[in-house]
Design a protein around this ligand. Structure first.
Ligand SMILES: Nc1ncnc2c1ncn2[C@@H]1O[C@H](COP(=O)(O)OP(=O)(O)OP(=O)(O)O)[C@@H](O)[C@H]1O
Length: 340
């Protein structure tokens, strides 16, 4: 009978769930820094945390890593409760690794030796095999004997990630892993992180200020405001259908119109107070339904931002085509979001 009950419990457990955060709260004196945060992550999933500076992104990572003790809430890793750091000699859970910008590599040993150091308690055979694999997947084989100070920012960042992965964690936490990298290094590292998360059978949370880091990398995007998650969903859903102008402004540019104006100008009836339109959702074409006049053209690198005037309203859109101030254009609205 007892055996039967245990089997039933195991069957209801989601074995792919790596992390479960429930109602996490953290304050410093009266200042609420993390406010009732809940989230969960399965194996192979990547979650991005995006929010204004000071919205609590790094603090959430530190709480999950066990570097800070929450005031309340619970954390489960691989369905096991994590003990908060108080009284522990080494804080944190061995299956959770965090890479922060302020925990640099050991300066006087090579990138390879930095990774090997994490594996010092393992036997030589496993150590050699693991280091080789990590050097390969992080693209560091050529740079393995370099000292950190003789290595590029990208190589140092990759070595810090490889070092964190040495001991096969279930969850990798990355605090702003892509900042300070040039475009090429950034896209390489983003691809490597995705590959590592899949190959190493783990989950990952990364913090960023830049929405472009999120697309193509993260499966889920959480927007933070004053310590609270205000929206969490697939990145494109958050981008195309932000809940409020806060989520919209954190993730890009937008146009917003009051309900009656939207109905009058575009014939769109929103059930909410306002209509939000991303500049990319406006398509200029000869068969467009709406007519506007171009009042400004601003260069934005490879594309241009056009300001369109319709009656007394203006609306911004992006284009790769050449237009001049004063041109009349026809356009369609491909997508919009209803917001309060
Ligand atoms: N040790 C501390 N003492 C007092 N306030 C703190 C401490 N650590 C963090 N804070 C405050 O908590 C808030 C959240 O900080 P946190 O570093 O988590 O934000 P963040 O979203 O990661 O910001 P950024 O994007 O600028 O790195 C900030 O207002 C910060 O000033």
């Amino acid at each position: 009978m007892e055996l039967l009950i245990i089997t039933e419990i195991n069957l209801t457990q989601d074995l792919t769930k790596v992390l479960e955060v429930q109602n996490l709260n953290f304050s410093i004196e009266d200042n609420k820094i993390v406010d009732d945060v809940s989230l969960s992550l399965k194996k192979h999933q990547i979650l991005a945390l995006l929010g204004q500076s000071g919205s609590g992104k790094s603090t959430i990572l530190k709480l999950i890593a066990g570097l800070l003790e929450p005031n309340s809430g619970s954390l489960l890793i691989d369905s096991e409760s994590i003990t908060p750091p108080s009284g522990k000699l080494i804080p944190g859970h061995p299956k959770i690794k965090i890479v922060r910008q302020d925990n640099p590599l050991f300066p006087n040993i090579s990138l390879r030796e930095n990774i090997e150091y994490e594996l010092r308690f393992f036997n030589d055979e496993y150590k050699a095999e693991r280091v080789e694999k990590l050097l390969k997947v992080t693209g560091l084989k050529k740079a393995e004997h370099q000292l950190p100070r003789h290595s590029s920012e990208g190589e140092q960042q990759r070595a810090a990630i490889a070092r964190a992965l040495a001991d096969e964690p279930s969850l990798l936490l990355l605090d702003e892993p892509f900042s300070n990298l040039d475009y090429k290094n950034k896209s390489t590292l983003k691809e490597e992180v995705k590959q590592l998360v899949a190959e190493e059978n783990m989950a990952c949370i990364f913090v960023t200020h830049d929405i472009s880091d999120v697309f193509g990398t993260a499966d889920q995007l959480a927007i933070l405001k004053k310590g609270k998650i205000t929206q969490i969903d697939e990145p494109l859903k958050v981008y195309n259908y932000p809940s409020t102008t806060y989520e919209a402004s954190i993730s890009g540019e937008f146009n917003v119109f009051k309900r009656d104006i939207a109905s009058h100008l575009f014939g769109i009836t929103t059930p909410k107070k306002r209509l939000l339109i991303r500049p990319e959702a406006i398509k200029i074409s000869f068969s467009g339904k709406h007519k506007a006049n171009i009042t400004a053209v601003t260069g934005r690198g490879v594309y241009k931002e056009l300001t369109l005037e319709i009656e007394t309203e203006t609306l911004k859109c992006f284009t790769m085509e050449t237009y001049d101030i004063g041109d009349d254009v026809l356009f369609d609205i491909l997508r919009y979001a209803d917001i309060d």
